[in-house]
Design a protein around this ligand. Structure first.
Ligand code: ADP
Ligand code: MG
Length: 688
């Protein structure tokens, strides 16, 4: 078979299974080979029955001596099937519930091979039984000896069980061609990597746990190495473009705007701004990431960069992730630039067709200097007269492909500034933003009082809302955040709507309240948010639509209902909406009562203010993947590598990729590989 042949070609895979497998992303033979086990069961050591004791996890092997079937439970609804096995050293009962179909396979004399937990047999007078098998195999006639080794466990769907998968892999391997190598030979030798074909085979049919880790390491290296090569290539191609926009030294306009800011830049902001300005003054296009925790003041830095490009006769674009944020930035900028001649435009999805056309025309004619909008700003329809700088706030939709795309547009390649509050560990930054230079704003503006955070149970709700009311009466504003409730959920959780009704008609009667959630029409959402910005609405009940970037310094209270339903990253983003002004702010997390993990998270919020520390706490509490799970890092899924755990491999892969950039022959090899394997990601760099 060929690698790209459909799996329907394998015997035993009819249309039904083709459909089920495609739900797992398996369409071709290649997909199947790349469908790696999610775990392994160590069957290397088979424990004789005589050495078993209750409570042990063990792998055992024995021959069926007899089988008994009975019913139990209320109304005899539970079918209990017990096989008594012997292995020459003793006896062991093995029990299955509600799997009557197994009976016909359990003929006396059949050998069973199983891994699971050993317990005292029910009513067995001290005899032992295995009832929860994490894996078992009933060997076919003639398959005398147990297979032993490491047994792969696949992520499956109903109707596709482990044995089916294991059998399918065996068939696939008997018919597959050799997998082509994708890492240059020199690199493979230098880094001691096993061949690709061998590694894939070892993932599915490992002989030892050592072999699994070498195979995994090789495949993780492969993924990270190729992506690093792609990113470095992107960086190199960007650098080679001598026709970047060359900005001159910052002149009077930048100085005037900086002086007119209602505050002085913090040390961190100044440093980031100096680094940005220096990049902009070079003929090579800027590709810079600014990382700064929520509230660190990234907007002001972006403003100065945009003004600089305008002062040099170019246009600037600022992309926000949502309409609400785009409008907010538009208004902030309009206010801060009101004493200048700079013309700002908002390209909003809510413009009428006619207004939209007019805005596009104004942009093309250079009647607008700074355009603010969502990611639509860099789509083909928007034609700039001379685009000098693109800033993206909360990068989500601005992945590698978009960055590469900018290289291909217009006569000159614009500078790019990416701003993010996501506390990405260094290694992660390398994977996602390997083509960018990084500036960090590590401090918050002075005079900020750290938000005081309290985790409380529901019994305190009345007190909590009385407190929020007192703050509002003192002139402040407050948020109440409710979890998003899926309609399918049966749980008895009040919706944002219900909480709004309850609060606005109860404790907060007479106080202007607003409600905003994802189901509102953009216009309605807009009106509610506006009224809150303007200070007319005092209490805003919201779902997480307010998560990113909303800036109302007068808001000092945030109550989070059912805080246990939020992840730490999200809670941190939410909390970043308060503590933005000179007043002391309070974040009160109402936990749904249950003990455990969730409350651990809330405790971490009470103790910890920094996003980086919280990211680490979350890692400890929930393991990797969760914190970043919600982050769309634009890389697609890594199949094998785990950027949090495989730091060593990542750094080695990064080094290897840098070496490759210097080796013309290896580079040609890798470009070909990227062209074939990563076209969607890097296609537009490769074509350039
Ligand atoms: P973020 O980095 O989360 O985007 P913002 O740019 O929205 O943060 O800034 C948060 C708040 O801090 C805003 O109200 C802004 O006006 C204010 N701010 C920014 N820089 C300073 C500073 N140097 N001194 C005082 N306040 C500042
Ligand atoms: Mg921001």
């Amino acid at each position: 078979m060929e690698l790209l042949d459909g799996i329907g070609k394998l015997s035993g895979v009819g249309p039904k299974r083709v459909a089920l497998l495609s739900q797992l992303g398996i369409v071709t033979l290649f997909d199947l080979l790349m469908y790696f086990p999610r775990a392994y069961i160590d069957q290397m050591t088979v424990t004789p029955f005589s050495r078993l004791s209750a409570g042990m996890e063990a792998t055992v092997s024995g021959v069926v001596a007899s089988v008994r079937e009975r019913r139990s439970g209320p109304g005899g609804r539970l079918a209990v099937l017990t096989a008594y096995l012997s292995d020459g050293t003793g006896y062991l009962a093995m029990t299955w519930f509600n799997q009557p179909f197994l009976k016909k396979k359990l003929d006396a004399g059949r050998r069973i091979f199983a891994t699971g937990r050993v317990d005292y047999a029910y009513g067995g007078h001290g005899g032992l039984a295995m009832t929860q098998m994490s894996a078992f195999e009933i060997l076919e006639d003639g398959e005398g000896a147990p297979r032993g080794g490491m047994l792969p466990v696949y992520a499956t769907k109903a109707n596709l069980n482990q044995n089916f998968f294991r059998g399918l892999m065996a068939k696939a391997f008997s018919r597959k061609p050799e997998l082509p190598e994708v890492i240059p030979e020199g690199v493979r030798k230098r880094y001691g990597l096993m061949g690709r074909d061998q590694a894939v085979a070892a993932m599915h049919f490992p002989k030892s746990s050592g072999e699994i880790s070498s195979a995994r390491a090789r495949l993780a290296f492969e993924e990270l190495y190729l992506i690093q090569c792609g990113l470095l290539l992107l960086k190199k191609r960007t650098r080679e473009k001598e026709q970047g926009v060359r900005h001159l030294m910052s002149g009077g306009l930048v100085q005037k705007v900086e002086a007119s800011l209602p505050f002085r830049l913090t040390g961190g902001q100044s440093k980031a701004w100096r680094e940005i300005a220096a990049d902009m003054e070079k003929p090579v296009p800027m590709r810079r990431l600014v990382q700064g925790d929520v509230g660190s003041g990234k907007t002001a830095v972006a403003l100065l960069a945009l003004v600089k490009t305008v002062e040099n006769g170019y246009q600037g674009a600022l992309m926000a992730p949502t309409e609400i944020l785009a409008r907010q930035h538009y208004e902030t900028f309009s206010r801060l630039l009101q004493d200048t001649e700079v013309r700002i435009g908002l390209l909003s999805g809510k413009l009428t067709a006619k207004q939209h056309e007019e805005m596009l025309a104004a942009i093309a004619a250079h009647d607008v200097d700074i355009v603010v909008g969502t990611h639509a700003l860099i789509q083909d329809k928007v034609v700039y007269d001379e685009l000098g700088l693109v800033v993206t706030d909360e990068q989500h939709r601005f992945g590698i492909a978009q960055r590469a795309e900018l290289n291909r547009r217009g006569a000159k390649t614009p500078d790019v500034l990416v701003m993010t509050a996501t506390p990405i560990p260094r290694t992660m930054t390398l994977t996602v933003y390997g083509d960018l230079d990084v500036s960090r704003i590590e401090e918050l503006p002075p005079g900020r009082k750290p938000v005081r955070t309290f985790a409380r149970t529901e019994e305190r709700r009345a007190l909590i809302y009385a407190f929020a009311k007192k703050e509002i009466e003192a002139g402040r504003q407050a948020y109440v955040v409710c979890p998003l409730i899926e309609e399918s959920e049966e749980m008895e959780l009040p919706s944002a709507e219900a909480i709004y009704q309850e609060l606005s008609g109860g404790v907060f009667r007479g106080i202007p309240c607003g409600l905003v959630h994802g189901k509102l029409k953009p216009k309605e959402k807009e009106a509610v948010m506006r009224s809150f910005y303007e200070g007319k609405t005092k209490l805003l009940v919201a779902t997480t639509v307010i998560e990113v970037g909303v800036d109302v310094p007068n808001a000092t209270v945030m109550v989070v209902e059912h805080a246990e339903r939020f992840g730490l990253a999200q809670l941190h983003q939410l909390r970043g909406r308060i503590g933005r002004g000179k007043y002391q702010s309070y974040c009160i997390l109402i936990g749904g009562g249950k003990e455990g993990m969730a409350n651990e998270r809330l405790r971490a919020m009470e103790r910890t203010a920094s996003g980086f520390d919280l990211a680490e706490a979350d890692l400890r509490l929930r393991g990797p993947g969760q914190f970043f799970g919600s982050m769309q890092h634009g890389l697609g899924d890594l199949k094998v590598a785990n950027v949090l755990r495989d730091t060593d491999i990542l750094l080695r892969a990064r080094r290897a990729a840098m070496e490759t950039m210097e080796e013309a022959r290896d580079m040609r090899y890798v470009i070909e590989v990227l062209r074939i394997n990563y076209r969607d990601r890097f296609g537009n760099i490769l074509d350039a």
